[in-house]
Design a protein around this ligand. Sequence first.
Ligand code: NI
Length: 136
Amino acid sequence: MWITRKVEFSASHTCYNQALTEAENAALYGADANPHGHGHNYTLEVTLEGHPDPVTGMVVDLQAVKQILEREVVDPMDHRHLNHEVPPFDTTVPTTENLAVEIWRRLQPHFAAGPGRLHAVRLYETDDLFVEYEGR
Ligand code: NI
């Protein structure tokens, strides 16, 4: 069984790879390479896998899940400029793909022992675009 918790946060980013030239960045990322950055209202869906506890009827303690998501993702990222304020995005390009990987990396240890193991993170950059990552 899978259970999904959704949270939202807003952050700015610039998609720019310092290893590439200005022209290469512009060609790759278009307006997203603008050094001033721009914002997105991200929606994160975190899916946990497990079975309902026979006593509580719950796969996980959702209050605990909410606290982990706030501590590991929302508090450090909400209203931040990812490139300037949220490592590793000082050196890693903060595409939606890389952001999903980083969110997985931050969350996974907290769910490694169960109950409710981390199954997937799905990160929406817009209504029309999301990345789903299952840790591989
Ligand atoms: Ni963007």
